[in-house]
Ligand binder design. Sequence first.
Ligand code: ADP
Ligand code: MG
Length: 330
Amino acid sequence: ESVVNRIAAGEVIQRPVSAVKELVENSLDADSTSINVVVKDGGLKLIQVSDDGHGIRCEDLPILCERHTTSKLSKYEDLQSIKSMGFRGEALASMTYVGHVAVTTITKGQLHGYRVCYKDGAMVNEPKACAAVKGTQIMVENLFYNMIARRKTLQNSSDDYTKIVDLLSRMAIHHINVSFSCRKHGAARADVHSIATSLRLDSIRTVYGVSVARNLMKLEASENDSSSLVFKMDGFISNSNYVAKKTTMVLFINDRLVDCAALKRAIEIVYAATLPKASKPFIYMSIVLPPEHVDVNVHPTKREVSLLNQELIVEKIQSAIELKLRESND
Ligand code: ADP
Ligand code: MG
């Protein structure tokens, strides 16, 4: 049974960056305003995510890392959106099958927190009282220690930390009311360091730099079909002064970080036709759709999505961008 669990867990947590994504999403779900990530050895030695959210009650700790334990099901009433979120209540459980997990947490109004370690879906020890200020800290150590082949492939690639930094940069410019940091263990300098703000452009400036932020333009588009929403989009796109070697496309659909190759290509085509010298744009885009319009058949751990009405949405966005680029070029 343990081998089956491990294999299933390895599907949910495919790389260190997948663990970081799940942990950070949990911190966001816990209404955190500050999320700090520390990574050692590309996440294979250590991933530590600390937040200032509402914490986990002591009585919930024994089953925290059991599969399908979630405190969130009431939020996703209809089956459709349960499926589209994928793997509900499996993330933490999965991490305990492929790594060593330690949780320190305190809930509001408590004098002390608790610390407990997990392995293979269960607590290793009873929760121990400990000092804690606010929120939750989750440490995942020795990820894939029991999956030798996986560990080998990941050890040989140096880009996992880069992937984590990229992920947190993207999360930071979407969740602008939360401050994020990400650093290597022992490093004085953080590689992502966002400050909570109410202005998206400020966040983009902090995370991606002045040279990106000063060349961005606001973009909005939406479409309704006999009073029901087809889609609504807002974001920032780069102007003719932004010149880069490759496109950066930060895309959130219904607040989930995703990739949509078709949309990316469509946008690149508009840029190539309108601003050939600046044909590799920077795009931040947040799209809101009725949840049942996001394809649920795509594997939840993959970021690629496909959308109902995709052609229509892509076309509308293309023409909004084209209009904006022409206006700004006049
Ligand atoms: P899910 O997020 O799908 O519910 P997870 O396995 O990711 O499942 O997390 C299991 C549960 O652990 C969550 O439902 C939540 O109650 C609790 N939890 C995990 N991380 C945190 C956190 N940082 N702060 C508060 N609660 C948390
Ligand atoms: Mg989760």
